[in-house]
Design a protein around this ligand. Structure first.
Ligand code: FMN
Length: 414
């Protein structure tokens, strides 16, 4: 039998071997990845590479920033009650959604304008997701043709921002189907754009205007100017909103404004019509209210993504984590997915313990693309994958689907 002294020296050997192999693995990474140990680190690095207006466009919330802060606080309100002496070997993160078995329980949320933040980011995100076998949702406000993203990743999902104009909706749905997409995401939280004052303060506008402030910021961020803007213009021409409608939209730097007309006329009757027309999986994004989630369920949605748009639309919204359990309890056959504020494996575990079938993250993966293109996104995904694997073991389960409310306490409960 091993004495306590022996066992502690054995533990020291194990720890130092693990540390040595961990640091050997870290040494193999390109230098600029070495201190990217958690998803929070990506923001700091990306910020240094981007002009302030572009960083603010990605990082920012709206008005007082309460919505965005609330998202992070929501996850802090839960603590784990881990279980011990369970054989947790053979851990498996796979989750099946719509008949596709994904390798991990997370995916890439739709990120409008991503390819102006990092060179061809939509393609980098799509390829990283394909490599990792996780879903990636292409945004309606993307600058790369949806057909090209489908070629890069035939399993990508497409997200639409729709006007309440059925013929226009039908034409877009036909285009998305013709391109081969199998999952259509309709975002409901954007009848108008949120009040993003930080964009005005930092000099960001759509279309982008070259003011002295903007010119100065660009000059101070040569990597972005040469690596993203110059490369995009040289290789692909002026970036356009490619996928807002069935037809190509205007260039993002022209004074011609994108057709966001009548988005405030979008209603459930349009969702109902889309459900009848669209043969693939239908996902409704941007819901927080249980009532809305149940309407989506009753209209035949295959999934909802509970989301407050990462705190970018209405300020002071409830973090979706707080309505998740109520919605998950009555979801029926519909899948319940969540995003907004997820940064750690423990956040993923908490969401799944509260009833989520799957989660998405937005900003961290875009920061990954800023730092290292496809490799940067994959590095972020590896970090999250490894955190989830460790968390499963330490909580005492083998798969995320074993998690339930019994593994958590809300702060007020103890
Ligand atoms: C730069 C940026 C652009 C976004 N563009 C879209 C979009 O085009 N469509 C959409 O449904 N959501 C969009 N979102 C919201 C994300 O899909 C997602 O809901 C949010 O980022 C999740 O929060 P997180 O960033 O805290 O993970 C965007 C978010 C960011 C940060």
């Amino acid at each position: 039998m091993t004495s306590p002294a022996n066992s502690s020296s054995l533990q020291n050997v194990v720890n130092s071997t693990a540390k040595a192999s961990n640091s050997a693995a870290i040494k193999k990474l390109p230098r600029h990845f070495r201190d990217l140990l958690a998803l929070e680190d990506f923001e700091r690095h990306a910020r240094r590479r981007l002009p302030n207006m572009i960083y603010q466009y990605v990082a920012g919330g709206v008005e007082t920033g309460r919505g965005i802060a609330g998202n992070f606080e929501a996850y802090q309100q839960y603590s784990f009650i881990p279980r011990m002496f369970r054989d947790v070997s053979g851990r498996d993160q796979r989750i099946t959604l719509f008949g596709h078995t994904y390798q991990h329980p997370f995916g890439v949320a739709p990120l409008g304008g991503a390819s102006f933040v990092a060179y061809q980011a939509d393609i980098a995100l799509a390829k990283a997701a394909r490599e990792m076998n996780v879903p990636m949702i292409l945004s309606a406000s993307s600058l790369v043709k949806l057909e090209d993203v489908h070629t890069a990743n035939p399993d990508a999902w497409f997200q639409a921002y729709l006007a309440g104009d059925q013929p226009r909706i039908d034409r877009l749905v036909d285009r998305v189907a013709a391109a081969g997409y199998q999952t259509l995401v309709v975002t409901g939280d954007t009848p108008m754009l949120g009040n993003r004052e930080h964009n005005i303060r930092s000099g960001f506008s759509m279309p982008i205007k070259i003011t002295p402030k903007v010119a100065f910021q660009c000059a101070m961020s040569p990597r972005w100017l040469l690596g993203t803007v110059a490369q995009t213009f040289l290789r692909h021409g002026a970036p356009h909103f490619e996928n807002t409608d069935a037809e190509r939209g205007p260039p993002m730097m022209s004074s011609k404004v994108r057709n966001t007309h009548a988005r405030d006329k979008l209603s459930w009757k349009h969702v109902e019509a889309i459900r009848k027309k669209w043969q693939g999986n239908l996902v409704i994004k941007g819901l927080m209210s249980p009532e809305d989630a149940f309407i989506a369920r009753d209209l035949g949605a295959d999934a909802v993504i509970l989301s407050n748009h990462g705190g970018r639309q209405l300020d002071h919204t409830i973090p979706p984590l707080h309505t998740l359990p109520e919605i998950a309890a009555k979801k029926g056959a519909m899948k319940v997915i969540i995003d907004s504020g997820i940064r750690r494996g423990t956040d993923v575990m908490k969401a799944m313990a509260l009833g989520a079938d799957f989660v998405f993250l937005g900003r961290p993966f875009l920061y990954g693309a800023v730092i290292g293109g496809q490799a940067g996104v994959e590095h972020a995904m590896h970090i999250l994958r490894d955190e989830i694997d460790r968390d499963l073991a330490l909580i005492g389960v083998r798969t995320p689907t074993e998690l339930d409310r019994s593994y958590l306490r809300k702060r007020t409960d103890y």
